[in-house]
Design a protein around this ligand. Structure first.
Ligand code: UDP
Ligand code: MG
Length: 324
């Protein structure tokens, strides 16, 4: 595998991409922490002095954008993009990564609430210098999460593994992508992008860095349970056909068992003679088969929905304003 050019001591310009949805309470803290980190890393010669922050306002209804705009007026190392409405975390992230791809040598995505330890960015950049194009941040533990979040996250990664979706457990969207990885990412036009799986499909060298997660300092989570479920569903239907296969296997098993049951009933009628006046034996299979059919239809429908979205070729996000 050919190393990227930063393995030969070229100094990369880094863009730190922060998607935000109603993060006005977190923005100032993020700016203070990350700007001083950029200065430190630039002084150490790891990144260029003109590395910058890039906020993507994902349809905030608070004054997040006003703050980003004001910060940009005072400091050109803080840039931003305002989306025309709430397109969701993945789309906002992709919008940011697409925008910065032209102007940086590598992009790092991090949540605006800075729950992910920003100090791991130093390790990300060191991995870039070692020649890795994709560096994934993996959380050390989930102690900062509540019980429900821990359980849903565990269920999420287990489900992905069962479905054969290749993702690194406990890696969310804290990662570094080199310029050529960003360019490769642009070749994936799917509407329901699931970045943590797509990044592993780019084929470039992947490294991992472990980091700690703290509790959210300001505001509430912007990831509701329904948004998490949607993400899981997108992840599965974009990267796995296992559910479709399972539907087919389930159908086959039910077909076989109905043959066996039918054989048993014929044998019983012919050779034993007493017919069972069973209400349950008639009604239960009707409910059972009806339920299974609806479930299967739902699974197939999810995939048809994905095809529907794909053929429409609608934009994945719409930019309203950009700050350079
Ligand atoms: N976010 C976004 N659009 C959304 C939801 C969330 O851009 O529709 C951003 C949010 O502002 C934050 C990041 O995605 O920067 C992660 O969200 P959050 O911290 O609320 O998720 P959690 O850490 O609770 O999983
Ligand atoms: Mg968070």
């Amino acid at each position: 595998m050919i190393n990227n050019q930063y393995a030969n001591s070229e100094v990369p310009r880094i863009a730190i991409v922060l998607p935000c949805h109603n993060e006005s309470e977190s923005i100032n803290h993020a700016v203070t922490q990350l700007t001083s980190l950029i200065h430190e890393l630039a002084d150490e010669g790891l990144i260029t002095k003109d590395s910058y922050l890039f906020f993507v306002d994902d349809g905030s209804t608070d004054n997040s954008w006003v703050m980003i705009d004001k910060l940009n007026q005072n400091n050109k190392a803080i840039k931003g993009l305002k989306l025309s409405q709430n397109f969701g975390h993945q789309a906002a992230l992709l919008a940011g990564l697409t925008e910065v791809a032209q102007n940086c040598d590598a992009a790092i995505s991090i949540d605006a609430d800075l729950q992910q330890d920003p100090l791991a960015i130093r390790e990300f950049v060191k991995e870039l210098h070692k020649g890795f194009d994709v560096v994934l941040g993996v959380r050390n533990d989930r102690n900062s999460d509540g019980w429900l979040k821990r359980q849903t996250a565990l269920g999420f990664y287990n489900l992905m593994r069962i479905m054969g979706v290749d993702i690194v457990p406990n890696h969310a969207d804290y990662r570094l992508l080199s310029k050529r990885a960003l360019e490769a990412l642009a070749l994936f036009p799917e509407p329901s992008i699931f970045l943590r799986a797509t990044c592993l499909q780019l084929g470039f060298r992947v490294s991992t860095v472990f980091f700690d997660v703290s509790e959210r300092r300001f505001g509430q989570t912007k990831y509701s349970l329904s948004k998490m479920l949607r993400l899981a569903l997108h992840g599965i239907t974009s990267f796995s056909v296992v559910p479709l296969r399972m539907v087919a296997i389930l159908g086959f098993v039910i077909f076989l068992s109905s043959l066996v049951m039918g054989g048993y009933v014929i044998w019983h009628t012919l050779f034993v003679g007493d017919t069972i006046p069973g209400w349950a034996s008639i009604t239960l299979p009707i409910y059972f088969i009806g339920g299974v059919q609806l479930l299967c239809l739902g699974v197939v429908g999810e995939y048809v929905g994905q095809i529907y979205k794909t053929v429409k070729k609608r934009p994945r996000w719409i930019s309203e304003y950009k700050l350079d």
